[in-house]
Design a protein around this ligand. Structure first.
Ligand code: MN
Length: 501
């Protein structure tokens, strides 16, 4: 359900008429070559479209308006091959609604020492042309990403690719729809928030439904649809004997399949990108949806439990950022600690809803009692998560602003088997260590729910936060607690004053 083929970024070069037509032709040729190179770069998952070199305020304004109204254009890559007087850019940039990346590069990699003359100098002058363009971006207080280096360098392409993925998630978020089945869990604070402000700031709309609307869709599932879903379960998972067609609990498997069919049909019909459930509101559903949620996340839907719409939308954004990359993205919760000599660890899990995209092994499909909710035993996939570096991200509403908090972690193998733990799980060491990371997270007000990923990096999330103009806080191997607390205090001041900047 996530397809980058629809998206494109525009490669936009600025110049002026001072240099004469021959130089401008060369500028255009070089830009075309760079755009074509980036278009086939494996780091950049969308089309890179060359746009004619801009040399007048009118042309710049027209291009920015065209970008705003082109749905599939997720952003601009701008580059000043020569000098492009930046007052020409004010009208266009003040109208531009799409994210932009300022690529500070030069067509020629190295100085041709024995041949360099003033013609070369006048053509290859991004070193100062881009500074003029940079000034106007800063003078206008515009959010943008600056990437520096030769355009053929792998690192430059990688940085552009990260930004492009964030821009795709940003485009997906604009007008995106989140469905909530039931309200937030009663009395919980961090899963609440200002949905109007979220829509203004992040672009997505949150729609509430009574669980009865979902039940209606579940009841409308046909026997053929349920049969097909049951067959998919049998094909894809290590199904416990009781749930097999010959087993005594097979009717519960069919009931779980019916719930998944109903949820899928509901979400597809409403063109939703993410959804929430809550165990406090399940009237008419036989089980808390576990398996269905795990599989819907695998297919690209965002999800938040207990009505957590902010995390649902964040999981979806990270699903988009990571599309096509190895790894995975899941809803997650910091559940239990392991304080030990081998390093203090976090066991992450949830009641049921961990996405199988992060599974290290073929999931086991089980039916087991749930100690809360008071419903029939729910189906769930049980597995160990992949090991390796990952991030946990949390979006919280601080009242005056949204704050995105990211912790880099290292997922490690479990110390010993967990034969009695009936849920999917991941065990990790937070960076720099639990003592600092958890204190920083708590001082920052980070939630117990996160969006957890092996394929999305802190850089993807930072680019996304910049596009949204929201606060971004990173907890990683370099975090020092007192510096971090000082940053929290400064940010309180900055975001208060920034409204007047
Ligand atoms: Mn929870």
């Amino acid at each position: 359900m996530i397809d980058f083929k629809q998206y494109e970024v525009w490669f936009v070069t600025g110049s002026q008429h001072l240099y004469g037509p021959r130089t401008l032709e060369q500028v255009a040729d070089h830009s075309r070559e760079i755009a074509a190179f980036l278009n086939i770069s494996t780091h950049i998952p969308v089309k890179v479209i060359f746009k004619p070199v801009l040399t007048t305020p009118e042309a710049i304004r027209e291009l920015c308006l065209e970008a705003n109204s082109t749905r599939d254009c997720v952003g601009l890559i701008t580059w000043m091959h020569t000098f492009s007087p930046a007052k020409m850019w004010i009208a266009g940039l003040s109208l531009l609604k799409k994210p932009f990346l300022h690529l500070h590069t030069q067509y020629n990699r190295e100085i041709p020492w024995s041949e360099i003359d003033m013609n070369f100098m006048n053509l290859n002058q991004a070193a100062h042309g881009d500074r003029e363009f940079g000034f106007i971006g800063s003078r206008m207080r515009l959010n943008r990403k600056v990437v520096v280096g030769h355009w053929q360098d792998d690192g430059v392409q990688a940085d552009i690719g990260i930004w492009v993925r964030a821009a795709c998630a940003w485009a997906d978020s604009q007008g995106g729809k989140v469905a909530r089945f039931g309200d937030n869990m009663r009395d919980v604070a961090v899963t609440e928030g200002d949905k109007v402000e979220a829509q203004i700031r992040l672009g997505y709309d949150v729609y509430g439904y009574g669980v009865g609307d979902l039940v209606k869709s579940v009841n409308q599932a046909t026997e053929v649809e349920v049969d097909q879903m049951v067959q998919a379960y049998l094909d894809e998972y290590d199904v416990s004997p009781g749930l097999m067609p010959t087993g005594g609990k097979h009717p519960a498997l069919r009931e779980g399949a019916r719930i998944e069919v109903g949820m899928r049909n509901f979400l597809a019909a409403g063109n939703f990108m993410a959804f929430t459930t809550t165990f406090e509101d399940l009237h008419g559903l036989a089980q808390l949806p576990g398996l269905a949620v795990q599989r819907l996340m695998r297919d690209g839907y965002g999800f938040g439990a207990e009505g957590d719409w902010k995390t649902a939308a964040l999981v979806r954004a990270m699903k988009v950022m990571s599309a096509g990359l190895p790894g995975g993205v899941s809803f997650m919760e910091d559940y239990t600690y392991h304080f030990s000599a081998s390093g203090d660890k976090v066991l992450g899990a949830h009641m049921l809803e961990i996405c199988e995209s992060i599974a290290a092994n073929k999931p086991k499909l089980e039916i087991l009692p749930l100690s809360i909710g008071g419903k029939a035993d729910p189906l769930r996939l049980i597995f160990e998560a992949n090991t390796g570096p990952a991030v946990g991200a949390s979006l919280v509403d601080m009242g005056q602003r949204f704050r995105l908090i990211v912790n880099k972690v290292d997922v490690v193998p479990i110390d010993e088997p967990l034969p009695k733990l009936p849920v999917a799980r991941a065990l990790w060491l937070p960076r720099p260590n639990l003592k600092t990371a958890a204190a920083a997270w708590i001082y920052a007000g980070g939630a117990h729910h996160t969006s957890f990923s092996y394929s999305v990096s802190a850089e993807h999330l930072q680019d996304f936060a910049n596009m949204a103009g929201i606060e971004f806080l990173l907890i990683d191997e370099n975090t020092q607690l007192e510096d971090f607390r000082e940053k929290l205090r400064w940010n309180e001041m900055y975001y208060h004053l920034a409204k007047g900047l």
